[in-house]
Design a protein. Structure first.
Length: 232
């Protein structure tokens, strides 16, 4: 681990998979270089300290693209916002500050991970990820929602809020601690999971904007990123 102590959250068992949610204690997991082609050596070392397997990391673009991973490290740097695999020894990862990381796993050994900001959930990234997992033979998929910004800290413009609500329902509408219109991002993720037929959802229930143990662009303009990694 980097200076800052032990892992903030212990690895989570999710169906057939293991899931790690990092935070400030583990250090910046961002690429530290060209996001398409390289990972800086110090970043690579921090990633290995979390999961010592080749990571499939993504050039995230806030869309609904999903990468299928057939070998460890396959597809790293691809423009997409989710990755799935049926292979053992593969670690699929997304990087977040305030967007929601969503880990997924099935009893058949198919695993996935999605980067779900408001544009991603509106674009259907969660449903697309589940569909790709099902195409690989997954049934009975379980999900875990990692640290992300919560409604009390997420003031949101009316047109964008209407766009998300039109797709996922009015449960995504909320208010900030100051009473301004807000997006409930965890609720939006749960709605996407429900639309995809995922019934078992574990929520870590940590707001990145409130938590001193996590990076947040929205609250503190931090450029560092935490990671969510799924492997088996």
């Amino acid at each position: 681990m980097t200076p800052g102590g032990a892992a903030l959250l212990p690895p989570l068992s999710l169906s057939s998979a293991r899931v790690a949610f990092t935070g400030r204690a583990e250090g910046d997991m961002g690429h530290g270089g060209d996001p398409v082609t390289s990972v800086r050596p110090d970043v690579a070392a921090r990633r290995r300290a979390v999961v010592d397997l080749p990571w499939t990391w993504l050039h995230q673009v806030h869309g609904a693209g999903v990468v299928r991973v057939t070998r460890a490290g396959d597809g790293a740097g691809t423009k997409a916002d989710a990755a799935v695999t049926a292979g053992a020894g593969c670690a699929v990862a997304v990087l977040t500050a305030d967007c929601a990381p969503v880990a997924l796993a099935s009893r058949e050994g198919v695993i996935g991970v999605a980067h779900a900001g408001w544009r991603g959930v509106a674009a259907g990234v969660i449903e697309a990820t589940v569909a790709e997992m099902e195409a690989l033979g997954a049934t009975g998929i379980e999900a875990a929602v990692g640290p992300c910004i919560h409604a009390e800290c997420y003031q949101f413009g009316a047109p964008e809020l209407d766009e998300v609500a039109a797709r996922l329902g009015d449960a995504v509408r909320a208010t900030t601690a100051a009473g301004a219109p807000a997006l409930d991002l965890p609720a939006a993720v749960r709605a996407g999971l429900a639309r995809a037929g995922v019934e078992t959802v574990n929520d870590i229930d940590v707001c990145t904007a409130c938590s001193p143990d996590h990076f947040s662009w929205r609250a503190r303009r931090e450029t560092q990123r935490q990671a969510t990694v799924v492997w088996r």
